[in-house]
Design a protein around this ligand. Structure first.
Ligand code: KIV
Ligand code: ZN
Length: 394
């Protein structure tokens, strides 16, 4: 184990599976090229057996991506694996990702197979996939609700069959962080050949703890995390890539990812542009308000020293700077700074006069924009009117 955490991006596969988020081939290729700029370790490009469109897209991405590994998903059926292998043929660094469910509820009600049959399918699939590709990943779908003893058994068997990456999905977002961390620790302690494989996790966000689960897994020995830009994905989504990456960058001195963090906001914006879905303003890292300050006390602090209220720099995630928003919670200090930037140097009384008017406007509307400040100045302090050009800076 080293301190590098591999980032496996599944925006183009699990992310795209969410209603309203489908993308065409050109859009997926554009996003894949951006993911390579972001320097994710793995791009899961699609599920080739699902449709000819998905097959062609994985092929096009395989042709165009040079540095990141390109993964294709398949069930344990030979036909699925063959299709995934064919779509990955042009890839510089291909990975076949095969999966089967291991929880009793999925085996009984979905697969209609018993444990021995599932184990056999998994081993055969991995053996078959290793003919085509050096890197084979095996996922135990619904791992967090599976009998851990069966998980240990199937993981040991697929590693012996040639799987190099073992993935533990919390498919339905059921696990709590402390349980999921313990599960990863137990897998490390109970799968005798685990050191021959990379241990990966894949968390969904049904209870809003997908990122917390991924971080607990890393603390307990996971070396790869599967995640998506903006946290898009089935139902409530997957663990958000930008939140995991910045949590590690900001709070974990012992681990690193290879992500170019300055590409996080551009990646988020590109995905929103392609899908037509913006993230909510308060979304961590990439939301419009993630580096915006409106409250007077906060503005005062941030204008004196950004670290009073910012735990990472806006530049580190790809923004030009923070935003000081003038609204009803803002104080004189921020108003004065804004006016200075616009070219107005007001005395104490002048500032007080403008501030009184400003609070009235701010009470009626959510934000006070630059042109409204110009109106306030020209109505209240006409002697201060500047020529248009110098007044419109800032
Ligand atoms: O959530 C899940 O279990 C998956 C697997 C196919 C990895 O997406
Ligand atoms: Zn998933």
């Amino acid at each position: 184990m080293d301190n590098h955490i591999q980032i496996f991006d599944t925006t183009l596969r699990d992310g795209e599976q969410s209603p309203g988020f489908s993308m065409n081939q050109d859009e997926k290729l554009r996003l894949a090229l951006q993911l390579e700029r972001l320097q994710v370790d793995v791009i899961e490009a699609g599920f080739p057996i699902a449709s000819d469109g998905d097959f062609n897209t994985v092929r096009a991405i395989s042709k165009n991506i040079q540095n990141s590994t390109v993964a294709a998903l398949c069930r344990t059926r030979q036909k699925d694996i063959d299709r995934a292998a064919a779509s990955l043929r042009p890839a510089a660094n291909p990975r076949i990702h095969t999966f089967i469910a291991t929880s009793d509820i999925h085996m009984e009600h979905k697969l209609k197979k018993n444990r021995d049959e599932v184990l056999e399918d998994a081993v055969q699939a991995v053996e078959h996939a290793t003919q085509f590709c050096d890197e084979v990943e095996f996922s135990a779908e619904d791992a967090s609700r599976s009998d851990p003893r069966f998980l240990y058994q199937i993981f040991e068997a697929v590693i012996n069959a040639g799987a190099q990456i073992i993935n533990v999905p919390d498919t339905v977002g059921y696990a709590m962080p402390w349980e999921f961390g313990q599960l990863i620790k137990n897998i490390r302690e109970n799968v005798p050949n685990i050191d021959r494989a990379t241990l990966s996790v894949h968390c969904h966000d049904d209870l809003g703890v997908g990122v917390a689960n991924s971080l607990m897994a890393i603390r307990n020995g996971a070396e790869q995390v599967e995640c998506t830009i903006n946290g898009i994905g089935e139902r409530a989504g997957n663990a958000s890539l930008e939140e995991i990456v910045m949590s590690i960058a900001t709070r974990d001195n012992n681990r690193e990812t290879g992500i170019v963090t300055e590409q996080l906001v551009p990646s988020s914006k590109l995905l929103s542009e392609i899908t037509g879905h913006d993230v909510q303003p308060n979304k961590a890292i990439v939301g419009d308000n993630a580096f915006a300050h409106e409250a007077g006390i906060h503005q005062h602090g941030v204008l004196n020293n950004p670290m009073t209220y910012e735990i990472m720099t806006p530049k580190s995630v790809g923004l030009e700077g923070n935003k000081i928003v003038l609204g009803k919670h803002s104080g004189r200090f921020a108003l004065n700074r804004k006016l200075e930037k616009m070219g107005y140097n007001l005395g104490k009384d002048e500032l007080n006069q403008i501030y009184m008017k400003f609070t009235k406007v701010a009470d009626e509307q959510k934000r006070v924009k630059e042109n409204e400040l110009l109106n306030l100045i020209s109505q209240t302090l006409p002697q201060k009117n500047l020529s248009g050009d110098s007044a419109m800076t800032g």
